[in-house]
Design a protein around this ligand. Structure first.
Ligand code: SAH
Ligand code: SF4
Length: 346
């Protein structure tokens, strides 16, 4: 366990930490980048997170839900393109219909790929029974960011309406571990009133929770949300500073938890076109190209300026693969790229 003070000094360590992250990465997870084709299943959401563009109270967004067929076409595309995994993400929904639908989709993805595609889910807080059902149907991993491990800060970015509970989110994370998912969490970086100490504590939290995977991204304002107003009236880091701090967090986490999977997140790309490559260089080893069908891709807007470069219809694979290779990365084609940490833990 790397203690708080040491984490903080890594976060303050600038270039030194970036070099260490690069070094640790080379010595542990190596040079490979694993791909998860991101399928944004639906932007319907029962939650009302103050920062998010698809929160339920945002009436300006046309709501969609992909058909099973569209999801399976995207999954097949991922499989045939050599992506080792897909990640299915959506706003939070909970109903028996939704639970059954996801189970059915999992079943079909495993079938069409002859069990080769790994599947990550990111569908918010769900009952233990639902999570168990999806695990049994073939889900390998689950991503659920804690957003901030500081309870007060968490509460400041979620409405106090009984539907947004820090404890409930923690409970769901522990359920996922118990059910033997590879468990991923993460935080947003550069939130209003977030301190460097908060971020150091987040990394302590990741260690205590013994996570297998992590996705961290800069907070980016969405103009139609309440947190946008807060951000206007708060002394905020600039987007460029949030970018640099996220990269610093990635390198620090790689030093502290050498064998976890770390995603180079899309929000980095929203600030700098090659932002994900920067994160990959200093510690990240997972990338999630967006393969949502182009008809709906623009409606899944969590924040302003979200990039929509890749995708089946966008034909962005060749460009992306070339960029990764030109940065010196090897692409883990046809490999699931499971978390080394999970393998050791199990
Ligand atoms: N509904 C699920 C998954 C989709 S949201 C869930 O909330 O877990 C996925 C992630 O998008 C969230 O965890 C959050 O960290 C991120 N996100 C949402 N709004 C954002 C914003 N304005 N800036 C940066 N990231 C954002
Ligand atoms: Fe819904 Fe997730 Fe956005 Fe919160 S962050 S409003 S749960 S999609």
């Amino acid at each position: 366990m790397v203690e708080f003070e040491e984490v903080l000094s890594l976060l303050r360590g600038g270039e030194d930490t970036l070099r260490k992250g690069t070094e640790v990465k080379r010595a542990t997870v190596g040079n490979k980048v694993y791909l998860r084709g991101l399928i944004e299943l639906s932007n319907k959401c029962v939650k009302n997170c103050l920062y998010c563009g698809i929160r339920c109270e945002n009436t300006g967004v046309p709501r969609y839900e992909l058909t099973d067929e569209e999801v399976l076409i995207a999954a097949r595309y991922a499989w045939e393109s050599g992506y080792g995994s897909v990640a299915i993400q959506a706003g939070e929904q909970s109903s028996a219909r939704f639970t059954d639908r996801i189970a059915r989709i999992l079943d079909k993805i495993k079938e069409l790929s002859q069990g080769e595609l790994g599947v990550t889910l990111s569908l918010g807080e769900q009952s233990r029974e639902t999570l168990a059902k999806w695990r049994a149907a073939g889900a390998d991993r689950y991503l659920m960011r804690i957003e901030s491990s500081n309870r007060k800060l968490y509460e400041s970015i979620h409405p106090n309406d009984g539907r947004h509970s820090f404890d409930r989110r923690l409970e769901a994370l522990y359920d996922l571990k118990d059910l033997k998912y590879q468990v991923g969490t993460g935080v947003m970086i550069g939130l209003p009133n977030q301190t460097l100490e908060d971020l150091a504590n987040d990394i302590v939290f990741f260690q205590e929770t013994d996570i297998d995977m992590c996705g961290m991204g800069p907070y980016i304002e969405h103009h139609g949300t309440p947190l946008y107003e807060t951000a206007q009236n708060t002394k905020m880091l600039s987007l460029e500073e949030r970018f640099r701090l996220t990269v610093q967090m990635v390198a620090t986490l790689r030093c502290v938890m050498p064998d976890v999977n770390i995603a180079a997140t899309t929000a980095l790309q929203a600030i700098r076109p090659d932002g994900r490559e920067t994160a990959l260089a200093v510690g990240a080893n997972v990338l999630m190209p967006n393969i949502t069908p182009s008809t709906e891709i623009s409606n899944y807007k969590l924040y302003d300026n979200k990039p929509i470069r890749e995708g089946k219809m966008g034909g962005g694979d060749a460009e992306l693969f070339a960029s990764l290779r030109s940065h010196g990365f090897e692409i883990g084609l046809h490999e699931q790229g499971n978390s080394m940490h999970y393998k050791k833990r199990e």
